[in-house]
Design a protein around this ligand. Sequence first.
Ligand SMILES: [Zn+2]
Length: 219
Amino acid sequence: MQPSSSQKPMSVPRQPAGALVLAAGRGKAMRVAAGTLVKLTNPHGTQAVDFWAFNADDPGEYLSTEHIRSVNSTVPVNSGSRLVSWRRRPLASIVEDSSAGDHDTLLCPCNADLYAELGCTGYHRSCADNLHEGLAEIGIEIPFTPASVNLFMSVRAEPDGSLTRLLPASEPGSQVTIRAEMEVILAFSSCPQDVTTINGPDRTPRDCLIVVIDAETAT
Ligand SMILES: [Zn+2]
């Protein structure tokens, strides 16, 4: 049994075409129509961006990393990967990618418990909180945090079964373009991780840029 939401997202207005800043360590959620392109630019190349998608008619149907790996028969995702829900239906896909690629599907989004484990005292922003904040801004509440697709984040599964968290390998200005394959809610989190080096050796979250391109313009 999958969790579901009692929200009625149909009243959520669509994100207008144009550019916006995904501020360092912050999140953003948006509703977009099928065929919309969302171009995510990483000006420094170092910023990990956690990504989620939900069926706009039923946020209980959301991207599922285990189904993404099964459908694509790959561990990371790249240009051409289908980003599917737990119903194996494509909610989105990666259509262009100038980054180092091999975006992580293995690690969970950071949350308050992780930062407590890392020794942080007091509140520390997290990708999980960014997801829920972003959804709340457009009037959606979900009672769980799905696994994220971790764009620009490099994690390698070693032959002995261990995982290695690599430094980010994308060039400044790298872009990933995502196409909505149905009416969806997309959510992005500029990972606020400043304890480990997942956002680069200087442990500094940075702004990214999102450009929304309407389906009519995209085709
Ligand atoms: Zn994070």
